[in-house]
Design a protein around this ligand. Structure first.
Ligand code: NAD
Length: 307
């Protein structure tokens, strides 16, 4: 099987590393960061953290690849998904499956512009990784992955899930993946944006008295909009999951903090809190708390001239 990773930053390299290392499939990493590509081709991909290794793997710019893909795992940031799909269109035919593991919601709308619904597999991952520098990643959390083909092509979806499971990525086929996606979005939407705005660790935000009302107000909106959208979400179950995650991640600065505060990059806010605002409009449900958080993050991006 020929697998391309379209967007080979921290998480793309984590997925690519595991498939290349543990299965018979051939993996090609696609990215735009030339120094990263050059280092990987010259010295191999270095993996540190929970896994320590170095492997040979090919890295290319999307335009340099030519063979048709069996599977494309898209792992860009949300804002770059559409342009990446355009840049890999020459690698896709009717037999290609696409797997999307980005954080956030609404990516399937973008993917539908580029491939048929029965070629789209949506997923959610709780693996955690960062970049040490060009050619080197750090896997900070061993996680799991849920996958579902959203066009009803269960056979192909299960093949994708089996490949990732064989790759040691702890993957299962999930016939209700949207529930898992909403649940992860709620985690990101309550702790990433708030910790980024407050410039603090997740545990520090959750230690404040004020966090309770903030989290509760945000979750109320997520649950109401999710249920209107056909996803059965139970508020208590969601809050339990959020609090469990906040405890296990208490010493971490979330990825939105890394993007906005540390690296002065634009965030995925429109696909997290902003996505529930957009979906709320469709169902005539007001979402003032998520709207305010979204606009505050955008204001900070503007003030800092984030790129
Ligand atoms: P990333 O920032 O590591 O990589 C995104 C892109 O930025 C890649 O193309 C990468 O090559 C490029 N990049 C990174 N550092 C660069 C630098 N210094 N100079 C030039 N280019 C650079 O993003 P990620 O963490 O892999 O996230 C991809 C998707 O996965 C996002 O939707 C994210 O929310 C999701 N996700 C990430 C994690 C995680 O722990 N990293 C966990 C779950 C989901």
């Amino acid at each position: 099987m020929l697998v391309y990773i379209a967007g080979s930053g921290a998480m793309g390299c984590t997925v690519g590393y595991h498939i290349q290392k543990n299965t018979d499939s051939e993996v090609i990493l696609l990215d735009y960061w030339q120094e990263h590509i050059d280092n990987i081709n010259k010295n191999g991909l270095e993996v540190t953290g929970k896994v320590e290794d170095k492997i040979e793997i090919v890295a290319l710019k999307p335009t340099q690849a030519s063979r048709k893909a069996d599977l494309i795992v898209v792992m860009t940031k949300s804002m770059k998904l559409d342009s990446m799909m355009q840049d890999v269109s020459h690698l896709i035919d009717e037999n290609t499956q696409v797997l999307c593991l980005l954080n956030g919601m609404g990516h399937e709308r973008i993917l539908k512009e580029h491939v048929n619904l029965d070629q789209i597999n949506m997923g959610v991952t709780v693996w955690a990784a960062g970049i040490n520098g060009p050619g080197s990643i750090n896997i900070s959390g061993i996680g799991s992955i849920d996958v579902q083909n959203i066009g009803g092509n269960e056979e192909e979806g299960k093949k994708v899930a089996d490949l990732l499971e064989q790759a040691n990525l702890h993957t299962k086929y999930d016939s209700n993946v949207m529930h898992a996606i909403w649940r992860k979005v709620m985690v990101n939407g309550t702790m990433n944006s708030t910790s980024a705005l407050l410039k603090c660790k997740i545990g520090e935000f959750f230690s404040t008295n004020a966090h309770k009302k903030i989290v509760d107000d945000l979750v109320n909106e997520f649950v109401e909009v999710g249920n209107a959208d056909g996803i059965k979400l139970d508020k208590k179950e969601m809050l339990d999951y959020i609090y469990q995650t906040s405890e296990s991640a208490k010493d971490h600065y979330p990825s939105m903090y890394q993007d906005l505060v540390k690296n002065n990059k634009k965030t995925e806010i429109d696909f997290i809190n902003g996505a529930v605002v957009e979906k709320g409009k469709k169902h005539n449900i007001e979402t003032p708390y998520n709207d305010l958080i979204t606009q505050l993050v955008h204001a900070k991006e503007e003030l800092q001239k984030a790129e």
